[in-house]
Ligand binder design. Structure first.
Ligand code: IMP
Length: 174
């Protein structure tokens, strides 16, 4: 494994996750059930922390899509694991690790909107706006970053580094 240079530390991430959770709860209202949909695998760490901060009536489900090999996005999206439960009539928040080209998220938003949720919003820990190929609405963004390939806190490079508690850049990648 190559060396990883940290640029977002644990405390900084935790503070931002807490703030995003507060926004999500505020927008939904104190009593409303919030249904988080984590996009596997990258979002599972973010979702776990976010969910515990949102508080109140909160549930989760997961969807797995494949569109990515190595460090370049291909734009082809396939559902590998679908949701367990219907989202019809529910307040849904898609939880994504990072928006790069926006192709994955754009596909997911359209696919899930077609299932008639009551509302649909999106939370992304990271956004790389300079890489965007499609304009995709994201209501909750943790950090906006430059065009570089990042790992840690759920994000991987060839399935490695997801366990790092911080976000960093792999030496020699991206
Ligand atoms: P998009 O469809 O190009 O927006 O790609 C989104 C997906 O690509 C994310 O959910 C990640 O799985 C992956 N991805 C994009 N950029 C990075 C990165 O810097 N590190 C790790 N995964 C990334």
């Amino acid at each position: 494994m190559s060396e990883v240079h940290e640029f977002l530390g644990e405390a900084e991430i935790a503070a931002r996750v807490k703030a995003l959770a507060a926004e999500i709860r505020r927008d939904a209202g104190p009593e409303a059930p919030v249904h988080l949909i984590g996009v596997l695998k990258g979002a599972f760490v973010f979702l776990a922390d976010l969910m515990r901060e949102v508080g109140g009536d909160v549930s989760c489900d997961f969807i797995a899509v494949s569109s990515y090999a190595g460090t370049k996005s291909t734009g082809e999206v396939q559902i590998l694991k679908d949701l367990d439960r219907s989202i019809e009539g529910r307040h849904v928040v898609i939880v994504e690790d990072i928006v790069d080209t926006g192709l994955t998220l754009s596909y997911l938003q359209n696919a899930l909107r077609a299932r008639a949720p009551k509302s649909i919003r999106t939370a992304c820990l990271l956004s790389k706006p300079s890489r965007r190929k499609v304009d995709v609405p994201v209501e909750y963004i943790g950090f906006t970053i430059d065009d570089r390939f990042v790992v840690g806190y759920g994000l991987d490079y060839n399935e490695q580094y997801r366990n790092l508690p911080f976000i960093g850049v792999v030496q020699g990648v991206g």
